[in-house]
Design a protein around this ligand. Structure first.
Ligand code: ATR
Length: 275
């Protein structure tokens, strides 16, 4: 007899993760039999823990900070996008216990933008990406895959932006953090991937008077849902998309594959995740 799928999310720490709430909601709402459990695993124990999950009967897992890069190294196979991004967030275990690694963060980013701004296309014009951490990697890959003609990348620590640009090729041009306003009139998509704006703290130093109504603006910060960036961009007539959808949509491919049903993204889920 088949048993209900069991899936874990591995992180250190893990208490902040919204994934158990989200997948739990989908399981309940769709009446699917299955389990989704948070596991706090110290980095020293990560390899052993991950390798044992298939043997324990798990169907797959999400991995979050600080395990995303290590998961890629341990996996038996890796999707092209996960390899390009250099990190995994979604793992599938096959019947032989082999671990397949994928990264759905870029998918979540693009799907969120397309839902919030149906007219949006990466091809429309240059993008400006603020920040060069883990989230920026997936977003750069998604923009390049979407055929963005040009990506300006800027980060407080310029070397991190330069290293990322070197990996992603000629489409990406690095700007000094202080120079980010110089390209605004040319930009069609602006993405904040830094933590600035979280809980209303920090200032990105943007000149909103140069924001144009043809710009799509999105923020990976979703606490608050309307960050100052989105608030002032909206006042300038930009199309604004909040970051909560990126978190939600990155979870869709995993849930679909582990549990065999495509989950629904509802307002009720958004409210639950913000509560
Ligand atoms: P993640 O993997 O979630 O993207 P991260 O790797 O810690 O997280 O990246 C956080 C991003 O926010 C980085 O781009 C960081 O800039 P640095 O590389 O210079 O650290 C950016 N960031 C955090 N605090 C910042 C601040 N006060 N001003 C400007 N950028 C900031």
């Amino acid at each position: 007899m088949n048993t209900a799928p069991v899936v874990a999310v591995l992180g250190y720490p893990i208490h902040h993760s919204k994934s158990p709430k989200m997948h739990g909601y989908w399981l309940d709402q769709m009446g699917v039999s299955g389990y989704y459990v948070p596991l706090e695993i110290h980095p020293d124990n990560f390899e052993a823990a991950l390798k044992n999950l298939p043997k324990l009967g798990f169907s797959g897992a999400n991995v979050t900070i600080p395990h995303k890069e290590r998961a890629l190294e341990i996996a038996d196979s890796v999707s092209e996008r996960a390899r390009r991004i250099g990190a995994a967030n979604t793992l599938y275990f096959d019947v032989d216990g082999k671990i397949h690694a994928d990264n759905t963060d870029g998918y979540g980013f693009i799907t969120n933008l397309k839902n919030g701004a149906p007219e949006w296309s990466a091809k429309a014009g240059p993008a400006l990406v603020l920040g060069a951490g883990g989230a920026a990697r997936a977003i750069l890959d998604a923009l390049i895959t979407g055929e963005s003609p040009k990506i300006y990348l800027t980060n407080r620590t310029r070397e991190r932006a330069r290293d990322l640009a070197n990996e992603f090729g000629d489409t990406v041009e690095v700007l000094d953090w202080i120079d980010k306003n110089t390209v605004l009139s040319d930009v069609k998509t602006l993405i904040n991937t830094t933590s600035l704006g979280m809980n209303g703290e920090g200032d990105l130093g943007l000149d909103f008077s140069q924001f144009t109504s043809g710009m799509a603006v999105t923020d990976i910060v979703y606490t608050p849902l309307e960050t100052d960036l989105l608030k002032y961009a909206r006042k300038r007539g930009c199309t604004c998309v909040d970051g909560l959808g990126m978190l939600i949509y990155q979870g869709v491919p995993g849930f679909s594959k582990w549990f065999g049903v495509a989950p629904k993204v509802t307002d009720e889920l958004r409210e639950l995740l913000l509560s």
